[in-house]
Design a protein around this ligand. Structure first.
Ligand SMILES: [Zn+2]
Length: 349
């Protein structure tokens, strides 16, 4: 038996639902079965993981970033300025008529019945059937007769695609998203060795665990970084422009910390414990490339980054043009790699 890091209940890891260290929605493939119970896993999935994933759903959709298990990125239901609802398929492809299906009949002056059906080709048979049922119920002839009479109706297909212009915004899902990132950092750290597992379950990390579990004790546990270090060429080369990065390290003054970059856009620091992990190095890193779903643990070449993070305390809040420029550059690179044509025309924070 194991005990859950977040609720202390006992469970059998053999029958326990595996939990992704990095969210499945973010392309994470690494799972653990012995750190968090199925109950907490299920509850936190809806409560904190979903808001984090939704904060980046436009990005995941537009660059067609698949989930860790290979599933497609989300289709987004978007309400445009004209009030019309549109479904944005991966790649931000909108099928305007699909969102606006037509199924009706009317009579002209001569008394001829006209039928109009517009919709996605997959939906046409059921639309025909429904309309036939409606006519039959009002006008007498059987549904089958009517269906036969509209068998050869000219159907307007909706294969035509339309591209939309959209102002993007990304966020990390607020406090809930922060809790989800904290959960990932704790799981990543705890799974390294019996010693890290013990430390993760100890009172030294109680605040961090409580923050994940119920959102309490949030003060001073996390900071957004408004200044993303301008370059980590080693990582961009290996993991593309949109990499996700988790680093857990000892900060000389602040104890055990995590530094997290989401899609190389957002950056934040979390405090796992105000006590340092009693080993000289805590070499815990995870980085992933959501574009082709590769990932690696304990990568080389991030010493500079960790040093930068340690040297820079939490930043004062405020607008940061550096981050915006960085993001424009990163989107441009992602366009080149994925063949997309995403225009950034607005500041994103
Ligand atoms: Zn639990």
């Amino acid at each position: 038996m194991e005990s859950c890091l977040f609720c202390a209940s006992q469970f059998d890891p053999k029958t326990n639902k595996p939990e992704h260290v990095l969210l499945n929605a973010f392309g994470g493939k690494v799972t653990v079965s012995n750190l968090i119970c199925s109950d907490c896993n299920g509850r936190l999935g809806g409560e904190i993981d979903r808001p984090l994933a939704e904060g980046f759903e436009f990005l995941r959709n537009m660059f067609i970033l698949k989930k860790g298990d290979g599933q497609s990125p989300p289709t987004i239901v978007d309400r445009s300025d004209d009030g019309r609802q549109r479904r944005l398929k991966p790649g931000l492809v909108v099928n305007s008529r699909t969102a606006d299906p037509v199924s009706r009949y009317f009579y002209d002056k001569e008394g001829n019945r006209h039928i109009e059906i517009k919709g996605h080709e997959n939906a046409i048979p059921s639309m025909k059937s429904k309309l036939a049922e409606e006519i039959a119920s009002k006008e007498g002839p059987s549904k089958e007769e009517i269906l036969a009479s509209i068998e050869d109706i000219e159907v307007i297909q909706t294969s035509e695609q339309e591209y939309i212009e959209k102002t993007m915004s990304f966020d990390s899902g607020g406090i809930e998203g922060m809790r989800s990132l904290m959960k990932s950092a704790i799981l990543l750290f705890a799974r390294q060795s019996p010693a890290t597992r013990l430390f993760a379950a100890s009172p030294f990390m109680e605040h961090a665990r409580k923050f994940v579990s119920d959102g309490s004790e949030e003060q001073d546990l996390w900071w957004y970084d408004h200044h993303i270090p301008p370059q980590i060429p080693q990582l961009s080369e290996l993991f593309g422009p949109l990499f996700n990065l988790f680093v857990v390290f000892n900060h000389p003054k602040r104890g055990l910390m995590a530094y997290i970059r989401t899609y190389n856009i957002g950056a934040m620091r979390l405090q796992l414990s105000n006590k340092k992990f009693p080993r000289r190095h805590v070499p815990v890193h995870l980085v992933s490339n959501p574009i082709d779903r590769t990932w690696s643990e304990n990568v080389d070449g991030i010493d500079d980054l960790v040093n930068w993070v340690i040297a820079n305390g939490p930043n004062p809040p405020g607008e940061d043009k550096t981050a915006t420029r960085h993001m424009e550059h990163m989107i441009m690179e992602a366009n080149q790699i994925t063949g997309s044509n995403i225009q950034i025309n607005r500041k994103i924070v």
